[in-house]
Write a protein that binds this ligand. Structure first.
Ligand code: MSP
Length: 644
């Protein structure tokens, strides 16, 4: 390994929300691909991934399942790590924002920024999108909704600390200009500058007082740190920044590349460098915003029915097949499509036919004609077809380097397939079976040598995208050690005289796209895991009977400060008695004759000795409770009307 050749690469740290699908794997898989490539090139690679575990969303999800946020995130992390194992993601560190080291580092960073005067106290008034954990200004909204996800935003007003992002506007722009390679692809950079800098950067609200599940501001603990400030700093905290044990930080920072999805590009391109500038730290080499993976050209979501665990595809084919498709079929940086039909087509044509057949034909011929022994004779003249093949082979890895260094991963992989295709044609043109029949042993040996040497040169860069197949190929063609180093793939003629080849298992069996091929196998288990997440089906929801009711009588329950005994008309012959704890929130006259929403098929319960036959729907917490009262604009509904 050359001195000073380090490569620090990161993925975003994932929100523990929902399930994994091929889209969520994409970023991590691409980072793994780049990490593997750099390792093959002799770099000292540090590859970090992890989870972003704080924030209101997590708090709410855990609550919905009746567990603590920590229990919720622990369960998710276990599932994430399982999946990364299946995909053979070669990360060096998995950081969790609940790790103590990270928590302490965030607090120290917050203090540093505050002491520098870049964080100040103020009042936040604005619009917040809970699912995206993002603050917006009125002008940034699209049709009054969150510009990222299109959902409702809510107005919040609270005491907050702010980061002086506006102060860094000019420095950031200057940096982008002086370092054109810093933000890629170019179009994302331009789009971001247009959307955010043209209007001028605003200071960023970096604390909340209404969110519990977060890292406390050390000198003002009623505030928790805004999740993005918490999350972004993982990239340095994971290396031990601010700790006594910061050798890793000294060795690997600045990162060479942060890979991120396009929707979070701006956080990495604006907020993160500004924080680093404020901390007087060097900026990462590159922030690369990749596109989204669509499934059958649609956004991946449960409601589209295109939301499958990637293991479904791996089980039907192999981990290498899935990796190949995602790396080869999608132009890195653009949106891409995952289609089950195309996936099967690629497995059968590129993997089974082109690569699989090349290896199996060549090893079978070597076994059949020469007991698997490869003979190298340097003194035989080359024919035109040999020279053509050799020149493509010698160029392959150099071309791959060029494409990989430009992050054109799909083009890099395509170079391997150019050589595969050339080698397959070479078999047809050199006709080893005729040479064998004619007893032309010298030429036969020469042809077989050229073919096995090509397979060696193919299998070396295949390690960029495949995790199992290259070793199988190396075993079949009997090479190891210095014969499979990266640089050895730039030379033709490395394969030793007398190498023993043996035909092995089929590398990529063909697959047939039947209805069952990608069926989600264990429905029962899926249901169980959905249950655990608090998800219900439409049928289950249908079990809840909701009706329009009208409050006809109101009476305080003598023994209670909270309870009213109500008589409610839900369209039945008799009024229903419902006991409800809304005395602190409504006066009797405010309730009388109001139409409200009643759960009518709830099991009766006794409250203060009175049997309650139903429940009124209300929203709120201990401080504020609001009944769902039907307005009487455009007429009224009949009591007992079903609510769907
Ligand atoms: N927690 C933040 C990142 C903080 S980094 C300091 C986050 N997490 S996420 O779980 O929502 O997303 C993680 C990554 O998965 C993002 O880069 C996102 O773009 C990516 N993807 C999620 N769905 C995807 C597709 N369908 N296709 C490609 N990438 C996708 O954002």
């Amino acid at each position: 390994m050359e001195e000073n050749k380090k490569y620090y690469i990161t993925t975003p740290i994932y929100y523990p929300s929902g399930d994994f699908h091929v889209g969520t794997c994409y970023c991590t898989l691409m980072a793994d691909t780049l990490a593997r490539y750099k390792r093959l090139r002799g770099y000292d690679v540090f590859f970090m991934t992890g989870t972003d575990e704080h924030g209101q969303k997590i708090e709410e999800k855990a609550k919905a399942q009746g567990i603590t946020p920590k229990e919720y995130v622990d369960e998710f992390v276990a599932r994430a790590k399982d999946l990364w194992k299946v995909l053979k993601i070669s990360y060096n560190k998995y950081i969790r924002t609940t790790d103590e080291e990270h928590v302490l580092a965030v607090q120290k960073i917050f203090e540093k920024l505050y002491n520098k005067g870049d964080i100040y106290k103020g009042e936040y008034k604005g619009l917040y999108c809970t699912p995206c954990e993002s603050f917006w200004t009125e002008t940034q909204l699209v049709d009054g909704k969150c510009p990222d996800c299109g959902r409702e935003v809510k107005e919040v007003k609270e005491e907050s600390y702010f980061f002086r992002l506006s102060k860094y506007q000019d420095r950031l722009l200057k940096y982008y200009e002086e370092h054109p390679e810093f933000l890629e692809p170019e179009k994302r950079k331009n789009e971001m500058i247009k959307n955010f800098f043209d209007k001028g950067l605003e200071d960023l609200c970096v604390t909340r007082t209404t969110i519990d599940w977060g890292i406390r501001v050390p000198f003002d603990p009623k505030h928790t740190v805004y999740v993005w400030l918490d999350a972004l700093t993982n990239y340095i905290n994971g290396l031990g920044y601010t700790t006594d044990n910061d050798e890793m930080f000294k060795k690997y920072w600045p990162a060479d590349i942060h890979l991120v999805g396009k929707e979070i590009f701006r956080f990495h391109a604006i907020i993160w460098p500004a924080i680093l500038m404020s901390l007087d730290l060097p900026l990462p080499g590159k922030i690369f915003g990749h596109g989204w993976l669509l499934v059958n050209n649609k956004k991946i979501s449960k409601s589209f029915g295109n939301y499958k665990d990637p293991r479904v595809y791996i089980n039907a084919t192999s981990v290498d097949a899935l990796r190949y498709y995602l790396i080869k079929e999608i132009t890195f940086g653009e949106d891409g499509n995952f289609s089950e039909e195309l996936f099967v087509e690629r497995v059968n044509s590129d993997l089974s036919n082109d690569l699989g057949n090349l290896v199996s034909r060549v090893t079978a011929m070597a076994e059949k004609y020469n007991d698997g022994i490869i003979v190298k004779k340097d003194n035989l003249p080359l024919q035109d077809i040999d020279e053509e093949l050799i020149s493509v082979a010698k160029q392959t890895v150099t071309n791959i380097e060029k494409y990989m260094d430009e992050l054109k991963t799909n083009e890099a992989i395509a170079e391997i397939w150019k050589l595969i295709s050339k080698a397959n044609k070479y078999i047809d043109l050199s006709t080893p079976w005729i040479l064998a029949k004619e007893g032309n042993t010298d030429r036969l040996n020469q042809v077989l040598y050229n073919l096995v040497e090509c397979i060696r040169i193919i299998a070396i860069p295949l390690q960029i995208c495949f995790v199992d197949t290259p070793n199988k190929i190396f075993n079949q063609i009997g090479v190891s050690g210095e014969d499979i180093t990266w640089d050895s793939a730039k030379e033709f003629g490395v394969l030793k005289n007398g190498t023993k080849v043996s035909k092995g298992e089929i590398l990529f069996p063909r697959v047939e796209l039947t209805e069952d091929l990608f069926k989600v196998e264990d429905e029962e288990e899926n249901k169980e895991s959905e249950d655990r997440k608090g998800i219900i089906t439409i049928d289950e929801l249908d079990k809840v009977e909701l009706k329009v009711g009208q409050i006809k009588e109101v009476e305080k329950v003598a023994k209670s400060k909270k309870l009213y005994k109500l008589q409610v008309d839900v369209g039945e012959k008799e009024l229903r008695t419902i006991v409800s704890g809304i005395v602190p929130y409504y006066k009797e006259e405010e309730l009388l004759n109001k139409q409200i929403v009643v759960v009518t098929n709830l099991k009766p319960a006794k409250l203060c000795g009175i049997e309650s036959n139903g429940m009124l729907l209300a929203a709120g917490d201990d401080d504020v409770v609001k009944l769902l009262i039907l307005d009487n604009n455009n007429g009224t509904l009949e009591n007992g009307t079903n609510i769907h």
